[in-house]
Design a protein around this ligand. Structure first.
Ligand SMILES: Cc1cc2nc3c(=O)[nH]c(=O)nc-3n(C[C@H](O)[C@H](O)[C@H](O)COP(=O)(O)OP(=O)(O)OC[C@H]3O[C@@H](n4cnc5c(N)ncnc54)[C@H](O)[C@@H]3O)c2cc1C
Length: 514
Protein backbone atom coordinates (compact mmCIF):
# COMPACT_ATOMS: atom_id res chain seq x y z
CA UNK A 1 0.00 0.00 0.00
CA UNK A 2 2.79 2.40 0.95
CA UNK A 3 4.39 4.40 -1.85
CA UNK A 4 1.34 4.13 -4.03
CA UNK A 5 -0.03 7.08 -5.94
CA UNK A 6 -3.43 8.40 -4.85
CA UNK A 7 -5.38 11.28 -6.39
CA UNK A 8 -8.08 12.95 -4.32
CA UNK A 9 -10.77 14.91 -6.13
CA UNK A 10 -11.82 17.95 -4.08
CA UNK A 11 -10.05 19.88 -1.34
CA UNK A 12 -13.00 20.24 1.05
CA UNK A 13 -12.32 19.19 4.63
CA UNK A 14 -13.11 15.51 3.90
CA UNK A 15 -10.75 15.38 0.91
CA UNK A 16 -7.98 16.97 2.99
CA UNK A 17 -8.51 14.62 5.93
CA UNK A 18 -8.47 11.56 3.70
CA UNK A 19 -5.27 12.89 2.10
CA UNK A 20 -3.52 13.42 5.45
CA UNK A 21 -4.30 9.90 6.71
CA UNK A 22 -3.16 8.26 3.45
CA UNK A 23 0.01 10.36 3.17
CA UNK A 24 0.97 9.58 6.75
CA UNK A 25 0.67 5.90 5.85
CA UNK A 26 3.28 6.44 3.13
CA UNK A 27 1.18 7.01 0.02
CA UNK A 28 2.04 9.75 -2.48
CA UNK A 29 -1.12 11.86 -2.44
CA UNK A 30 -2.25 14.71 -4.67
CA UNK A 31 -5.37 16.77 -3.89
CA UNK A 32 -7.01 18.43 -6.89
CA UNK A 33 -9.40 21.26 -6.01
CA UNK A 34 -11.42 23.08 -8.66
CA UNK A 35 -11.83 26.24 -6.58
CA UNK A 36 -9.16 28.82 -5.83
CA UNK A 37 -9.40 28.13 -2.08
CA UNK A 38 -9.35 24.92 -0.09
CA UNK A 39 -12.19 24.04 2.29
CA UNK A 40 -15.19 23.47 0.00
CA UNK A 41 -18.27 24.73 1.84
CA UNK A 42 -16.01 25.74 4.74
CA UNK A 43 -13.90 28.00 2.51
CA UNK A 44 -13.99 31.74 3.04
CA UNK A 45 -15.42 34.11 0.41
CA UNK A 46 -15.54 37.87 0.09
CA UNK A 47 -19.19 38.75 -0.50
CA UNK A 48 -18.84 42.54 -0.30
CA UNK A 49 -15.60 44.56 -0.45
CA UNK A 50 -13.88 44.06 2.92
CA UNK A 51 -16.53 41.60 4.25
CA UNK A 52 -15.85 37.85 4.34
CA UNK A 53 -17.72 34.72 5.38
CA UNK A 54 -17.78 30.93 4.92
CA UNK A 55 -20.92 28.83 4.43
CA UNK A 56 -20.03 26.54 7.35
CA UNK A 57 -19.58 28.78 10.36
CA UNK A 58 -19.60 26.58 13.43
CA UNK A 59 -17.82 23.38 14.38
CA UNK A 60 -19.84 20.77 16.31
CA UNK A 61 -19.72 17.43 14.53
CA UNK A 62 -15.98 16.72 14.49
CA UNK A 63 -15.00 14.07 17.05
CA UNK A 64 -12.22 14.68 19.57
CA UNK A 65 -10.51 11.51 18.36
CA UNK A 66 -10.04 12.97 14.88
CA UNK A 67 -8.67 16.29 16.14
CA UNK A 68 -6.19 14.33 18.27
CA UNK A 69 -5.26 11.80 15.58
CA UNK A 70 -4.47 14.52 13.04
CA UNK A 71 -2.76 16.62 15.71
CA UNK A 72 -4.66 19.64 14.44
CA UNK A 73 -3.86 21.77 17.47
CA UNK A 74 -0.15 21.49 16.68
CA UNK A 75 -0.99 22.57 13.13
CA UNK A 76 -2.73 25.74 14.27
CA UNK A 77 -6.31 24.79 15.20
CA UNK A 78 -7.42 26.80 18.23
CA UNK A 79 -10.75 25.75 19.74
CA UNK A 80 -10.34 27.59 23.02
CA UNK A 81 -13.56 29.51 22.44
CA UNK A 82 -16.81 29.43 24.36
CA UNK A 83 -19.62 27.28 22.89
CA UNK A 84 -22.32 29.47 21.38
CA UNK A 85 -25.67 29.52 23.18
CA UNK A 86 -28.87 29.12 21.16
CA UNK A 87 -30.99 32.26 21.53
CA UNK A 88 -34.52 31.98 20.14
CA UNK A 89 -35.61 35.46 19.04
CA UNK A 90 -39.00 36.79 20.07
CA UNK A 91 -40.90 39.84 18.92
CA UNK A 92 -42.11 40.40 22.48
CA UNK A 93 -38.44 40.42 23.44
CA UNK A 94 -38.72 37.48 25.87
CA UNK A 95 -35.13 36.29 25.99
CA UNK A 96 -34.18 32.65 26.34
CA UNK A 97 -30.68 31.23 26.22
CA UNK A 98 -29.91 27.54 25.76
CA UNK A 99 -26.61 25.76 26.31
CA UNK A 100 -25.89 22.06 26.86
CA UNK A 101 -25.92 22.62 30.61
CA UNK A 102 -28.42 25.44 31.12
CA UNK A 103 -31.72 26.84 30.03
CA UNK A 104 -32.42 30.45 30.99
CA UNK A 105 -35.66 32.36 30.55
CA UNK A 106 -38.06 29.39 30.31
CA UNK A 107 -41.03 28.37 32.48
CA UNK A 108 -40.22 26.33 35.60
CA UNK A 109 -41.60 23.04 34.20
CA UNK A 110 -39.53 23.34 31.05
CA UNK A 111 -36.44 24.31 33.03
CA UNK A 112 -36.89 21.23 35.20
CA UNK A 113 -37.39 18.95 32.17
CA UNK A 114 -34.37 20.26 30.24
CA UNK A 115 -31.59 18.36 32.10
CA UNK A 116 -33.55 15.10 31.71
CA UNK A 117 -33.96 15.71 27.97
CA UNK A 118 -30.26 16.52 27.52
CA UNK A 119 -29.17 13.53 29.60
CA UNK A 120 -31.39 11.15 27.61
CA UNK A 121 -30.10 12.38 24.24
CA UNK A 122 -26.52 12.51 25.56
CA UNK A 123 -26.65 8.83 26.55
CA UNK A 124 -27.99 7.77 23.15
CA UNK A 125 -25.51 9.98 21.27
CA UNK A 126 -22.60 8.46 23.22
CA UNK A 127 -23.82 4.92 22.49
CA UNK A 128 -24.00 5.59 18.75
CA UNK A 129 -20.86 7.75 18.49
CA UNK A 130 -18.39 4.94 17.57
CA UNK A 131 -20.55 3.92 14.60
CA UNK A 132 -20.23 7.23 12.83
CA UNK A 133 -16.44 6.72 12.98
CA UNK A 134 -16.29 3.34 11.27
CA UNK A 135 -17.27 1.68 8.03
CA UNK A 136 -20.74 0.16 8.02
CA UNK A 137 -20.91 -3.53 7.10
CA UNK A 138 -22.14 -4.51 3.65
CA UNK A 139 -25.78 -5.62 3.50
CA UNK A 140 -25.68 -9.40 3.96
CA UNK A 141 -21.98 -9.42 4.97
CA UNK A 142 -20.89 -12.29 7.19
CA UNK A 143 -17.19 -11.45 7.61
CA UNK A 144 -15.78 -11.32 11.13
CA UNK A 145 -15.21 -7.55 11.22
CA UNK A 146 -18.71 -6.88 9.82
CA UNK A 147 -20.29 -9.14 12.42
CA UNK A 148 -18.19 -7.45 15.11
CA UNK A 149 -19.54 -4.04 14.06
CA UNK A 150 -23.13 -5.30 14.46
CA UNK A 151 -22.16 -7.03 17.70
CA UNK A 152 -20.59 -3.89 19.14
CA UNK A 153 -23.63 -1.80 18.23
CA UNK A 154 -25.89 -4.34 19.92
CA UNK A 155 -23.65 -4.38 22.97
CA UNK A 156 -23.46 -0.58 23.21
CA UNK A 157 -27.25 -0.38 23.13
CA UNK A 158 -27.61 -3.26 25.59
CA UNK A 159 -25.19 -1.52 27.96
CA UNK A 160 -27.61 1.38 28.12
CA UNK A 161 -29.70 -0.85 30.35
CA UNK A 162 -33.03 -2.39 29.42
CA UNK A 163 -35.17 0.67 30.09
CA UNK A 164 -32.93 3.09 28.16
CA UNK A 165 -32.47 0.62 25.32
CA UNK A 166 -36.23 0.32 24.91
CA UNK A 167 -36.53 4.09 25.11
CA UNK A 168 -33.84 4.45 22.42
CA UNK A 169 -35.80 2.20 20.04
CA UNK A 170 -38.96 4.17 20.80
CA UNK A 171 -37.55 7.64 20.18
CA UNK A 172 -34.98 6.94 17.43
CA UNK A 173 -37.45 7.42 14.59
CA UNK A 174 -39.94 9.78 16.27
CA UNK A 175 -40.73 13.10 14.63
CA UNK A 176 -39.02 15.88 16.61
CA UNK A 177 -42.40 17.41 17.34
CA UNK A 178 -43.60 14.33 19.22
CA UNK A 179 -40.36 14.02 21.16
CA UNK A 180 -40.32 17.68 22.20
CA UNK A 181 -44.04 17.70 23.09
CA UNK A 182 -43.30 14.94 25.59
CA UNK A 183 -40.80 17.10 27.46
CA UNK A 184 -41.70 20.78 27.02
CA UNK A 185 -44.64 23.16 26.73
CA UNK A 186 -43.09 26.43 25.48
CA UNK A 187 -43.54 26.73 21.69
CA UNK A 188 -40.56 28.99 21.10
CA UNK A 189 -38.27 26.72 23.09
CA UNK A 190 -39.43 23.61 21.20
CA UNK A 191 -38.90 25.31 17.84
CA UNK A 192 -35.33 26.25 18.80
CA UNK A 193 -34.56 22.77 20.16
CA UNK A 194 -35.58 21.01 16.96
CA UNK A 195 -33.36 23.19 14.75
CA UNK A 196 -30.26 20.99 14.91
CA UNK A 197 -32.28 17.91 13.98
CA UNK A 198 -33.65 19.57 10.85
CA UNK A 199 -31.23 22.09 9.38
CA UNK A 200 -29.85 21.06 6.01
CA UNK A 201 -32.41 18.30 5.44
CA UNK A 202 -35.78 17.76 3.82
CA UNK A 203 -37.32 17.50 7.28
CA UNK A 204 -39.72 19.50 9.41
CA UNK A 205 -40.89 18.89 13.00
CA UNK A 206 -43.65 16.47 11.92
CA UNK A 207 -41.35 14.40 9.66
CA UNK A 208 -40.74 10.88 10.98
CA UNK A 209 -37.68 8.65 10.52
CA UNK A 210 -34.27 10.28 10.68
CA UNK A 211 -34.54 13.63 12.50
CA UNK A 212 -33.60 12.22 15.93
CA UNK A 213 -30.75 10.19 14.37
CA UNK A 214 -29.44 13.34 12.66
CA UNK A 215 -29.49 15.13 16.00
CA UNK A 216 -27.70 12.24 17.72
CA UNK A 217 -25.06 12.18 14.99
CA UNK A 218 -24.44 15.91 15.48
CA UNK A 219 -24.30 15.48 19.25
CA UNK A 220 -21.51 12.91 18.85
CA UNK A 221 -19.04 15.65 17.94
CA UNK A 222 -16.50 17.28 20.21
CA UNK A 223 -18.05 18.42 23.53
CA UNK A 224 -21.44 16.79 22.92
CA UNK A 225 -21.92 18.65 19.65
CA UNK A 226 -21.87 22.15 21.14
CA UNK A 227 -21.20 24.76 18.45
CA UNK A 228 -17.94 26.65 18.55
CA UNK A 229 -16.33 29.06 16.12
CA UNK A 230 -12.65 28.07 15.83
CA UNK A 231 -10.12 30.90 16.16
CA UNK A 232 -9.90 32.33 12.66
CA UNK A 233 -13.37 30.93 11.90
CA UNK A 234 -13.79 27.79 9.78
CA UNK A 235 -10.87 28.97 7.60
CA UNK A 236 -8.79 28.49 10.79
CA UNK A 237 -9.69 24.79 10.67
CA UNK A 238 -9.03 24.62 6.93
CA UNK A 239 -5.57 26.21 7.40
CA UNK A 240 -4.75 23.64 10.11
CA UNK A 241 -5.79 20.83 7.74
CA UNK A 242 -3.70 22.34 4.94
CA UNK A 243 -0.68 22.63 7.27
CA UNK A 244 -1.09 19.01 8.36
CA UNK A 245 -1.46 17.87 4.73
CA UNK A 246 1.65 19.74 3.56
CA UNK A 247 3.62 18.41 6.54
CA UNK A 248 2.54 14.87 5.60
CA UNK A 249 3.86 15.44 2.08
CA UNK A 250 0.52 15.91 0.25
CA UNK A 251 0.72 17.82 -3.04
CA UNK A 252 -2.15 20.32 -3.32
CA UNK A 253 -3.30 21.90 -6.57
CA UNK A 254 -6.07 24.51 -6.55
CA UNK A 255 -7.84 25.96 -9.63
CA UNK A 256 -7.58 22.42 -10.94
CA UNK A 257 -10.87 20.94 -12.12
CA UNK A 258 -11.13 17.22 -12.77
CA UNK A 259 -13.01 16.72 -16.03
CA UNK A 260 -13.29 12.94 -15.90
CA UNK A 261 -12.12 9.80 -14.14
CA UNK A 262 -10.13 7.57 -16.52
CA UNK A 263 -11.37 3.97 -16.62
CA UNK A 264 -9.70 1.04 -18.36
CA UNK A 265 -11.01 -2.46 -18.67
CA UNK A 266 -12.97 -5.08 -20.47
CA UNK A 267 -15.80 -7.51 -19.81
CA UNK A 268 -13.78 -8.93 -16.90
CA UNK A 269 -13.91 -5.70 -14.96
CA UNK A 270 -13.05 -2.05 -15.00
CA UNK A 271 -10.26 -0.24 -13.25
CA UNK A 272 -9.73 3.40 -12.52
CA UNK A 273 -6.29 4.52 -13.72
CA UNK A 274 -6.30 8.26 -13.05
CA UNK A 275 -8.05 11.48 -13.99
CA UNK A 276 -8.17 13.92 -16.85
CA UNK A 277 -8.19 17.60 -15.96
CA UNK A 278 -10.23 20.32 -17.63
CA UNK A 279 -6.91 21.59 -19.03
CA UNK A 280 -6.51 18.27 -20.89
CA UNK A 281 -3.69 17.07 -18.61
CA UNK A 282 -3.81 13.35 -17.81
CA UNK A 283 -2.71 12.26 -14.34
CA UNK A 284 -2.20 8.54 -13.74
CA UNK A 285 -2.49 6.96 -10.28
CA UNK A 286 -3.03 3.69 -8.46
CA UNK A 287 -6.34 4.93 -7.10
CA UNK A 288 -8.70 7.91 -7.19
CA UNK A 289 -10.73 9.03 -4.19
CA UNK A 290 -13.57 11.45 -4.87
CA UNK A 291 -14.97 13.88 -2.32
CA UNK A 292 -17.31 15.31 -4.95
CA UNK A 293 -20.94 14.31 -4.36
CA UNK A 294 -22.03 10.87 -5.61
CA UNK A 295 -23.98 12.12 -8.66
CA UNK A 296 -21.09 14.33 -9.76
CA UNK A 297 -18.66 11.45 -9.24
CA UNK A 298 -20.57 8.70 -11.03
CA UNK A 299 -22.69 10.51 -13.60
CA UNK A 300 -20.38 13.39 -14.60
CA UNK A 301 -16.84 12.20 -13.89
CA UNK A 302 -17.10 8.41 -14.44
CA UNK A 303 -20.00 8.25 -16.90
CA UNK A 304 -22.91 5.83 -17.03
CA UNK A 305 -21.21 3.83 -19.81
CA UNK A 306 -18.84 2.41 -17.18
CA UNK A 307 -21.54 1.46 -14.66
CA UNK A 308 -24.20 -1.21 -14.29
CA UNK A 309 -27.61 0.14 -15.23
CA UNK A 310 -29.16 -0.72 -11.84
CA UNK A 311 -26.37 1.07 -9.99
CA UNK A 312 -26.64 4.09 -12.31
CA UNK A 313 -30.38 4.25 -11.73
CA UNK A 314 -29.92 4.22 -7.97
CA UNK A 315 -27.39 7.05 -8.21
CA UNK A 316 -29.75 9.01 -10.51
CA UNK A 317 -32.60 8.54 -8.03
CA UNK A 318 -30.64 9.83 -5.00
CA UNK A 319 -32.67 12.44 -3.18
CA UNK A 320 -30.41 15.46 -2.95
CA UNK A 321 -32.41 18.65 -3.44
CA UNK A 322 -31.08 21.45 -1.24
CA UNK A 323 -33.53 23.53 0.82
CA UNK A 324 -31.17 25.91 2.64
CA UNK A 325 -30.30 29.35 1.29
CA UNK A 326 -27.62 31.60 2.72
CA UNK A 327 -27.99 35.35 3.15
CA UNK A 328 -24.94 37.49 3.98
CA UNK A 329 -25.25 41.09 5.08
CA UNK A 330 -22.43 43.60 5.34
CA UNK A 331 -23.44 45.86 8.26
CA UNK A 332 -22.08 49.27 9.22
CA UNK A 333 -22.65 48.48 12.91
CA UNK A 334 -23.99 45.91 15.34
CA UNK A 335 -27.77 45.46 15.12
CA UNK A 336 -29.81 45.51 18.33
CA UNK A 337 -32.16 42.51 18.65
CA UNK A 338 -35.27 42.79 20.85
CA UNK A 339 -34.65 41.39 24.31
CA UNK A 340 -30.96 40.58 23.77
CA UNK A 341 -28.08 42.23 25.59
CA UNK A 342 -25.73 40.76 23.03
CA UNK A 343 -26.42 38.97 19.73
CA UNK A 344 -23.47 36.63 20.40
CA UNK A 345 -24.90 33.16 19.85
CA UNK A 346 -27.04 31.25 17.38
CA UNK A 347 -30.16 33.35 16.94
CA UNK A 348 -33.16 31.30 15.83
CA UNK A 349 -36.08 32.94 14.08
CA UNK A 350 -38.83 30.31 14.34
CA UNK A 351 -41.53 31.28 16.81
CA UNK A 352 -43.18 27.84 16.89
CA UNK A 353 -42.73 24.35 15.48
CA UNK A 354 -45.74 25.12 13.27
CA UNK A 355 -43.92 28.09 11.77
CA UNK A 356 -41.16 25.67 10.69
CA UNK A 357 -43.73 23.19 9.36
CA UNK A 358 -45.56 25.89 7.35
CA UNK A 359 -42.29 27.10 5.80
CA UNK A 360 -41.56 23.49 4.76
CA UNK A 361 -45.12 23.00 3.43
CA UNK A 362 -44.61 25.83 0.95
CA UNK A 363 -41.17 24.65 -0.10
CA UNK A 364 -42.14 21.04 -0.69
CA UNK A 365 -44.62 22.25 -3.31
CA UNK A 366 -41.88 24.36 -4.93
CA UNK A 367 -42.99 27.70 -3.40
CA UNK A 368 -41.09 30.26 -1.38
CA UNK A 369 -42.33 30.39 2.22
CA UNK A 370 -44.17 33.55 3.22
CA UNK A 371 -42.32 33.53 6.54
CA UNK A 372 -39.01 31.68 6.20
CA UNK A 373 -37.39 30.38 9.37
CA UNK A 374 -33.70 30.97 9.93
CA UNK A 375 -30.61 30.72 12.06
CA UNK A 376 -28.64 33.95 12.29
CA UNK A 377 -25.02 34.34 13.30
CA UNK A 378 -22.84 37.43 13.50
CA UNK A 379 -19.44 35.75 13.03
CA UNK A 380 -17.57 39.08 13.20
CA UNK A 381 -18.34 39.14 16.93
CA UNK A 382 -15.92 36.20 17.26
CA UNK A 383 -13.66 37.19 14.39
CA UNK A 384 -13.56 40.99 14.06
CA UNK A 385 -11.25 40.81 11.02
CA UNK A 386 -14.11 39.44 8.87
CA UNK A 387 -15.29 43.04 8.45
CA UNK A 388 -13.67 46.49 8.52
CA UNK A 389 -13.20 47.86 12.04
CA UNK A 390 -16.47 48.48 13.90
CA UNK A 391 -18.51 46.86 11.13
CA UNK A 392 -20.10 43.41 11.05
CA UNK A 393 -21.01 40.36 8.99
CA UNK A 394 -24.42 38.71 9.41
CA UNK A 395 -24.88 35.18 8.05
CA UNK A 396 -28.34 33.57 7.96
CA UNK A 397 -29.21 29.96 7.06
CA UNK A 398 -32.69 30.39 5.62
CA UNK A 399 -35.12 27.45 5.43
CA UNK A 400 -36.90 26.25 3.44
CA UNK A 401 -35.88 27.54 0.03
CA UNK A 402 -36.46 25.02 -2.77
CA UNK A 403 -33.71 24.27 -5.26
CA UNK A 404 -36.47 23.66 -7.80
CA UNK A 405 -38.67 26.73 -7.47
CA UNK A 406 -41.86 25.81 -9.31
CA UNK A 407 -41.91 28.97 -11.39
CA UNK A 408 -38.11 28.87 -11.92
CA UNK A 409 -35.62 31.24 -10.32
CA UNK A 410 -35.79 34.76 -11.78
CA UNK A 411 -34.16 38.02 -10.61
CA UNK A 412 -37.61 38.99 -9.27
CA UNK A 413 -37.85 35.85 -7.11
CA UNK A 414 -34.38 36.43 -5.77
CA UNK A 415 -35.18 40.05 -4.91
CA UNK A 416 -38.46 38.97 -3.29
CA UNK A 417 -36.73 36.34 -1.13
CA UNK A 418 -33.99 38.74 0.00
CA UNK A 419 -36.65 41.33 0.79
CA UNK A 420 -38.67 38.81 2.84
CA UNK A 421 -35.57 37.82 4.82
CA UNK A 422 -34.73 41.47 5.52
CA UNK A 423 -38.33 42.19 6.59
CA UNK A 424 -38.28 39.19 8.94
CA UNK A 425 -34.97 40.34 10.44
CA UNK A 426 -36.37 43.86 10.89
CA UNK A 427 -39.24 42.51 13.00
CA UNK A 428 -36.67 41.26 15.51
CA UNK A 429 -34.00 43.90 14.99
CA UNK A 430 -35.74 47.17 14.07
CA UNK A 431 -33.29 49.46 12.36
CA UNK A 432 -31.16 46.70 10.87
CA UNK A 433 -32.05 47.82 7.33
CA UNK A 434 -30.33 51.17 7.94
CA UNK A 435 -27.08 49.33 8.69
CA UNK A 436 -26.99 47.28 5.48
CA UNK A 437 -24.05 48.25 3.25
CA UNK A 438 -24.32 45.23 0.97
CA UNK A 439 -25.94 41.82 0.74
CA UNK A 440 -25.61 38.45 -0.92
CA UNK A 441 -28.23 35.74 -1.46
CA UNK A 442 -27.11 32.21 -2.29
CA UNK A 443 -30.05 30.01 -3.26
CA UNK A 444 -29.53 26.22 -3.41
CA UNK A 445 -29.02 26.70 -7.17
CA UNK A 446 -26.23 29.19 -6.49
CA UNK A 447 -24.68 26.80 -3.96
CA UNK A 448 -24.77 24.01 -6.53
CA UNK A 449 -23.00 26.15 -9.14
CA UNK A 450 -20.47 27.84 -6.87
CA UNK A 451 -19.62 24.89 -4.62
CA UNK A 452 -19.91 22.19 -7.34
CA UNK A 453 -22.44 20.18 -5.35
CA UNK A 454 -25.39 18.68 -7.20
CA UNK A 455 -28.59 20.55 -6.25
CA UNK A 456 -26.80 22.48 -3.50
CA UNK A 457 -27.50 19.98 -0.71
CA UNK A 458 -25.85 20.61 2.72
CA UNK A 459 -25.05 16.86 3.06
CA UNK A 460 -24.39 16.22 -0.70
CA UNK A 461 -27.41 13.90 -0.52
CA UNK A 462 -30.25 13.62 1.95
CA UNK A 463 -29.36 11.63 5.09
CA UNK A 464 -32.72 9.85 4.84
CA UNK A 465 -33.25 6.42 6.34
CA UNK A 466 -32.95 4.82 2.87
CA UNK A 467 -29.71 6.75 2.20
CA UNK A 468 -28.01 6.21 5.56
CA UNK A 469 -25.60 3.74 7.18
CA UNK A 470 -24.98 0.72 4.88
CA UNK A 471 -27.18 2.37 2.24
CA UNK A 472 -25.25 5.66 1.99
CA UNK A 473 -25.18 6.83 -0.73
CA UNK A 474 -26.41 3.47 -2.01
CA UNK A 475 -25.42 -0.14 -1.54
CA UNK A 476 -22.31 -1.17 -3.55
CA UNK A 477 -20.74 2.20 -2.68
CA UNK A 478 -21.49 2.42 1.05
CA UNK A 479 -18.10 1.13 2.22
CA UNK A 480 -16.22 3.93 0.37
CA UNK A 481 -15.10 1.47 -2.34
CA UNK A 482 -17.19 1.61 -5.52
CA UNK A 483 -18.10 -0.91 -8.23
CA UNK A 484 -15.05 0.35 -10.15
CA UNK A 485 -11.82 -1.06 -8.84
CA UNK A 486 -9.45 1.69 -7.64
CA UNK A 487 -12.20 4.32 -7.28
CA UNK A 488 -13.37 5.38 -3.81
CA UNK A 489 -15.67 8.00 -2.29
CA UNK A 490 -14.76 10.12 0.76
CA UNK A 491 -17.16 13.11 0.88
CA UNK A 492 -20.32 14.09 2.72
CA UNK A 493 -22.41 11.79 0.51
CA UNK A 494 -20.84 8.81 2.33
CA UNK A 495 -21.48 7.39 5.80
CA UNK A 496 -22.18 9.02 8.18
CA UNK A 497 -23.27 12.26 6.37
CA UNK A 498 -22.36 15.92 5.90
CA UNK A 499 -21.43 18.66 8.38
CA UNK A 500 -17.81 19.43 9.09
CA UNK A 501 -17.14 16.18 10.94
CA UNK A 502 -14.29 14.68 8.93
CA UNK A 503 -15.75 11.21 9.53
CA UNK A 504 -16.31 10.30 5.85
CA UNK A 505 -12.77 11.38 4.94
CA UNK A 506 -11.10 9.46 7.78
CA UNK A 507 -13.31 6.37 7.42
CA UNK A 508 -12.55 6.22 3.68
CA UNK A 509 -8.80 6.45 4.27
CA UNK A 510 -8.92 3.67 6.87
CA UNK A 511 -10.91 1.49 4.48
CA UNK A 512 -8.33 2.04 1.73
CA UNK A 513 -5.51 1.15 4.10
CA UNK A 514 -7.25 -1.90 5.60
C1 LIG B 1 -25.52 27.16 3.89
C2 LIG B 1 -24.73 26.05 4.57
C3 LIG B 1 -24.27 26.24 5.86
C4 LIG B 1 -23.57 25.21 6.50
N1 LIG B 1 -23.11 25.42 7.78
C5 LIG B 1 -22.43 24.45 8.42
C6 LIG B 1 -21.89 24.67 9.73
O1 LIG B 1 -21.99 25.77 10.29
N2 LIG B 1 -21.19 23.65 10.31
C7 LIG B 1 -21.05 22.43 9.72
O2 LIG B 1 -20.45 21.53 10.33
N3 LIG B 1 -21.55 22.19 8.47
C8 LIG B 1 -22.21 23.18 7.80
N4 LIG B 1 -22.68 22.96 6.53
C9 LIG B 1 -22.45 21.65 5.90
C10 LIG B 1 -20.98 21.44 5.51
O3 LIG B 1 -20.42 22.64 5.04
C11 LIG B 1 -20.83 20.33 4.46
O4 LIG B 1 -21.58 19.20 4.81
C12 LIG B 1 -19.34 19.95 4.35
O5 LIG B 1 -18.58 21.09 4.00
C13 LIG B 1 -19.11 18.84 3.33
O6 LIG B 1 -17.71 18.64 3.27
P1 LIG B 1 -17.00 17.81 2.09
O7 LIG B 1 -15.54 17.99 2.26
O8 LIG B 1 -17.54 16.44 2.08
O9 LIG B 1 -17.52 18.50 0.76
P2 LIG B 1 -17.40 19.99 0.22
O10 LIG B 1 -17.19 20.95 1.33
O11 LIG B 1 -18.58 20.19 -0.65
O12 LIG B 1 -16.08 19.94 -0.66
C14 LIG B 1 -16.04 19.23 -1.89
C15 LIG B 1 -14.96 19.88 -2.73
O13 LIG B 1 -14.84 19.16 -3.96
C16 LIG B 1 -14.56 20.11 -4.98
N5 LIG B 1 -14.90 19.51 -6.28
C17 LIG B 1 -16.11 19.07 -6.71
N6 LIG B 1 -16.03 18.62 -7.97
C18 LIG B 1 -14.73 18.76 -8.34
C19 LIG B 1 -14.00 18.48 -9.55
N7 LIG B 1 -14.60 17.95 -10.63
N8 LIG B 1 -12.66 18.74 -9.58
C20 LIG B 1 -12.03 19.26 -8.50
N9 LIG B 1 -12.68 19.58 -7.35
C21 LIG B 1 -14.01 19.32 -7.28
C22 LIG B 1 -15.44 21.29 -4.62
O14 LIG B 1 -14.99 22.47 -5.26
C23 LIG B 1 -15.30 21.32 -3.11
O15 LIG B 1 -14.23 22.16 -2.71
C24 LIG B 1 -23.35 23.98 5.84
C25 LIG B 1 -23.80 23.80 4.53
C26 LIG B 1 -24.48 24.83 3.89
C27 LIG B 1 -24.96 24.62 2.48
Amino acid sequence: MADQETIIIGGGHNGLICAIVLARAGQRVTVLEAGSNLGGMAAEREFHPGFRSALAQTLYAMPHSLIRELDLTAHGLDLATEPLPIKPLSIAGTPQSITASSLAGAEDDDTAAYPKYVAMLGKFAAALAPFWERTMPRVGATGMSDLMTFGKLGLKLRLLGKQDMLEFFRVATLPMRDLLDEYFSDDQLKAALCWDALVGSQLAPRSPNQAVLTLLNRMAGKDAGQHVVPKGGMPGLVRALENAAVKAGVTIRTDCTVESVRIEGDENGQRCIGVELQSGELLLSDRVVSSADPQTTFLNLVGAQHLEIEFTNRIRRLRNKGYVARVHLALSGLPAFKGLDSPKGRLIIAPTMDSIEFAWDAAKYGQLPEAPVMEVLIPSLQEPNLAPQGQHVLAANVMYVPHDLKSGWTPEHRAALLNTVLSELTRYAPGIQDLVLGSELLTPQDLAAQYRTTNGHWHHCEPAIDQLLMMRPTYEAAQYATPISGLYLCGAGCHPAGDVSGNPGRNAAREILA
